[in-house]
Design a protein around this ligand. Structure first.
Ligand code: B12
Ligand code: SF4
Length: 454
């Protein structure tokens, strides 16, 4: 029996800011590792190839944003006699919905239950629903990255060392659903690092953990391992971690080239309104400068459309951030995901449509904007197109490749003897700003058309 694991991308993904960091779908590699050898497995990843379904069983990973697209494929495949299995974060959050489009769904982390699912499949006794459970560290096995070989990813050496997060930001889904914070045993991680070194010599490691450094004790051991392995790496950090001078020095000494920090908003009432307490009272600009002095590039992740945003505030945000030497700014419009603690109360208040991911796009400009710029909720101070314009304007202004910005990123890169990484970042910034300009022009044209039609 042939099983195909499928990683789908949402429409217009090429215009998404995450497109510039294409990376292997590691969770599918985790599942492949625990699939019985009697099943022949392969991978189709829409980041690197067109979708095709040459197998008897098609196993999709689902996030909310492209759930409707997967359901359409799933329905067609089942009508054609194939078996469909769905799993991933959206299935975990909306299992009943997913069950309408699948022969079986698997909720939660799946690797401990997956061998049983496959056994049932092979025996012709597939159940409609399986509930996975948080994988205990002793069951975490090294991912075999040969599953992804031959594919061109921008950051192929992508891995994670921890699961879960100790914070509970109200817009976040994974921290609410994916179990308690756990750490991978270091020998398992070391085996992955060694294999990645063999497959992609010289490529920097990209940690995709929600909160890699949440446990200070584990972080120290992990950083010591990376130092010993002499591997360069990038990771996400929380703002309080970026502002921890001791941790920053440890990161730099262990080969950290860059960090992406969840800043979300420069206004503390906004951060507090979404439960981002760890951002309050932190000296962000100073921390960026300190990181830069140590040779660490900083990418700031922000959201537009937080509860206290107003046009005046966003204008001040622009002014404030233009003085902070981040190598990249990533703006996306706030999204209200099912499973986040914002979703139900906002549905009840009529501020977001129930199951918006299945409905036709409510905003005309959503049709030609990528997922991170689509609006599905009502904001007290902005019309949807205004939020979109602001997100694009902020990107155009702050990611502009001025001579000063280029010189700064190269200087930071030279400090860590990582000029190549600096050029990769500058290329990503260039691409981001060019796409934002293009989308902004398109938005102006599209809205003009809509207004004219009205
Ligand atoms: C790394 C990451 C990415 C990487 C993806 C790398 C890759 N190619 O895989 C990048 C940066 C590209 C990315 C992009 C996006 N991401 Co993302 N991402 C993550 C992150 C931080 C880690 C994922 C991970 O590795 N988890 C660890 C593994 C072990 O857990 P897992 O993925 O859940 O997999 C387990 C189970 O879910 C299950 N499972 C998963 N797939 C399948 C499939 C089958 C068949 C079965 C049976 C089981 C199963 O078994 C796995 C092993 O136990 C998560 C947060 C999180 N912690 O999950 C967000 C997260 C998944 N992303 C999210 C979002 C919103 C996005 C984007 C839509 C962002 C955007 N552009 O607006 C895009 C979508 C990309 C796309 N496909 O179109 C949300 C999803 C929310 C939702 N309800 O859908 C999350 C949960 C973060 C959040 N906001 O809370 N992302
Ligand atoms: S710090 Fe990040 S991963 Fe943790 S709860 Fe907040 S948004 Fe989610």
């Amino acid at each position: 029996m042939k099983m195909v694991f499928v990683n789908v991308m949402h429409e217009l993904h090429d215009f998404d800011s995450t497109a510039s960091i294409s990376q292997p779908p590691v969770p599918l590699g985790v599942l492949n590792g625990v699939t019985p050898k009697t099943l022949q497995t392969s991978l189709v990843d829409e980041q690197t190839e067109a979708l095709r379904f040459d197998g008897d069983v098609i196993a999709f990973s689902l996030a909310t944003q492209y759930a409707a697209k997967v359901y359409r494929h799933a329905d067609d495949l089942r009508a054609a006699g194939k078996k469909v299995i769905l799993g991933g974060i959206h299935v975990t959050v909306c299992p009943e919905e997913a069950m309408r489009h699948a022969d079986a769904v698997v909720t939660g982390e799946a690797e401990t239950i997956w061998p049983a699912v496959c056994a049932d499949l092979l025996a012709g006794k597939l159940q409609p629903r399986y509930d996975g459970s948080p994988t205990p560290p002793e069951r975490m096995a090294p991912v075999d990255y040969r599953f992804f070989s031959g594919r061109k990813y921008l950051t192929p050496a992508s891995l994670f060392a921890t699961r879960g997060c100790n914070h509970r930001c109200t817009f976040c889904v994974s921290s609410h659903f994916m179990g308690p914070y756990r750490t991978k045993p270091l020998p398992v991680l070391e085996a992955e690092i060694d294999q990645l070194q063999e497959l992609y010599p010289g490529a920097f490691l990209q940690f995709t953990d929600d909160n890699l450094l949440a446990s200070r004790g584990y972080a120290t051991e992990l950083l010591a391992l990376l130092r010993r392995k002499q591997r360069r790496f990038i990771t996400m950090v929380t703002l309080d971690q970026l502002c921890d001078a001791g941790l920053l020095r440890e990161l730099a000494a262990s080969g950290c080239l860059g960090v992406a920090v969840g800043l979300e908003s420069v206004d503390e009432d906004n951060c507090l309104s979404v439960g981002k307490r760890q951002n309050v009272g932190q000296p962000f600009p100073e921390a960026v400068r300190q990181a830069n002095d140590l040779g660490i590039q900083v990418c700031a992740l922000l959201m537009v459309g937080l509860p206290h945003d107003t046009p005046g505030r966003l204008a001040r945000t622009l002014e404030y951030l233009s003085r902070v030497p981040c190598s990249l700014f990533d703006f996306r419009i706030m999204r209200i995901y099912p499973g986040s603690s914002l979703y139900q109360p906002m549905v009840a208040r009529g501020e977001v449509a129930e199951a918006w991911w299945l409905a036709p796009e409510p905003v005309a400009s959503n049709h030609f904007l990528p997922g991170h710029l689509r609006v599905h909720f009502r904001h007290p101070h902005f019309r949807p197109e205004e939020l979109q314009r602001w997100a694009l304007r902020l990107t155009c202004e702050l990611d502009r490749l001025s001579a000063g910005a280029v010189a700064h990123a190269l200087r930071v890169g030279r400090r860590a003897e990582a000029a190549k990484f600096a050029t990769i970042l500058l290329a990503a910034r260039n691409r981001t700003v060019k796409q934002a300009r293009k989308l902004l022009a398109q938005l102006e044209r599209g809205t003009d058309f809509e207004l004219a039609a009205a």
